[in-house]
Write a protein that binds this ligand. Sequence first.
Ligand SMILES: [Zn+2]
Length: 215
Amino acid sequence: MSPTIGLPPPPAERCLDSSRKSRYRGGTLIAEDVHDLVEHQRRVADIDGYRPEPCGACGNPRVHAHTRPERHPRGDPSLPPVIEVLQFRCASETCGATWRVLPLFLARHLWHAWKAVERAVLPDAKPSMSAAPPIRARTEARWEARLGSSGRVLVMLLAMSGGVALESVSKQVGLDVTRGDVAVAYAAEARAEPGERLASLGALAHRLERGIRLM
Ligand SMILES: [Zn+2]
């Protein structure tokens, strides 16, 4: 019998539960309505499709395209090895906040795309993508550990969000749950598509409190 039965899950690593809101003027924004590469590339080409106006830090209506950082998502054969994203800068001299915009399918702090992460760690994820490269055992173990750690902060975020559906997720799962439990309950409530079951909660948590990570 596992010695952890009946005990709350272990605490989450600090990097997962730390808000960045008060320490950083700018940061990353997740475009939750960008589900695939085609739409991402359309918005990168158009720029206005991604432009975050007004500035989220000072409210200035003018935000300029600034740089095009590269992301190198691993593990998803439907994505190219290099994807450009857009970073914007507030036009106000006194503010100057920079905002990097990511599509929903790119995980904020992980080397792999969300689809690859989900395939590895969610037990009933579809065994598709036979062309997908295998995930290193150590990487997978780290993901498993993070999803197995306490989801208390995530549950409290959902409970305080003001959304009825989100409050209901937090009531269903209670406080002594893992991050994985919260992700599965939220994906069911939000009817998230396969491949977006982790991405959707990751994006929501970051929107509710910038910096909070699912994993
Ligand atoms: Zn600003």
